[in-house]
Design a protein around this ligand. Structure first.
Ligand code: FPP
Length: 232
């Protein structure tokens, strides 16, 4: 690492995997072909993260707003996600992979909920890398869900710690780095609470082209950032 390394390797990286549709369009392929290629980029990224010593990877796989896509695309994406969950659950022990899923359960179909529950419980003791899949995830919904849980407990006044404790995965530290591919530079309802002090890295690379070299570029950029957390 060069003299510009101010930060240690981050513990937690979150990624907005964007550009599958454009990748497919450039090749005159259906959008689902882009998502399939995106699933391969997920595998490359998991390997790169593990190699770099990252402990937690949160991936934005399906947002609460993604339901508005054509039915065929939503069905195809869920099929791909189910296949991926199955495969990762089978291979998880070999790679020390622990699976978590963040998002609202409603209106996910019972078949996928059963797969999620099985994946989460059967990998809970794996310790190398935690893959936190944001699935049917929306950050505003997550915060509202947390506040409602606190109201149900009868709280009249709440603290920041109270909200943090009611997020979908309260045990995870906030991501030090958030990556978004495809040249878009916005959060799109992703980790609004947890991103308070995250560093952002935007790249024009489309998600299906994302690989270890791109991952390491983001890591290097992060390590060169001066993080002040509001101080001087
Ligand atoms: C954004 O590209 C991508 C998604 C909405 C879904 C992400 C899904 C995958 C990467 C596939 C598999 C995931 C896992 C975890 C196995 P887009 O369709 O919005 O692209 P566009 O902006 O170019 O249209």
């Amino acid at each position: 690492m060069s003299e510009t390394a101010f930060n240690p390797v981050p513990q937690h990286i979150a990624i907005i995997m964007d550009g599958n549709g454009r990748w497919a369009k450039e090749r005159h392929l259906p959008r689902l072909a882009g998502h399939n290629a995106g699933a391969k980029a997920v595998e490359r990224t998991l390997k790169a993260a593990q190699k770099a010593g990252i402990k937690i990877l949160t991936l934005y796989a399906f947002s609460t707003e993604n339901w508005s896509r054509p039915q065929e695309e939503v069905t195809g994406l869920f099929k791909l996600l189910e296949q991926t969950l199955d495969r990762y659950t089978q291979d998880a022990a070999k790679h020390g992979l622990r699976l978590l899923v963040s998002g609202a359960r409603d209106p996910l179909p019972p078949s996928i909920l059963a797969k999620i529950d099985h994946a989460v419980s059967s990998t809970q003791h794996n310790q190398e890398l935690t893959l936190n899949l944001a699935l049917n995830y929306g950050a505003r919904q997550e915060i509202v869900h947390a506040v409602n849980a606190l109201l149900t407990q009868g709280k009249k006044q709440i603290t920041m710690q109270d909200i943090s404790a009611q997020l979908y995965q309260p045990q995870l530290p906030d991501p030090e780095l958030i990556i978004r591919t495809s040249g878009e530079e916005r959060l799109s309802n992703f980790l609004l609470w947890q991103a308070a002090y995250s560093e952002f890295y935007f790249t024009p690379v489309l998600w299906p082209d994302f690989d270890e070299a791109e991952f390491n570029k983001a890591l290097l950029a992060y390590r060169g950032r001066k993080r002040r957390f509001g101080g001087v």
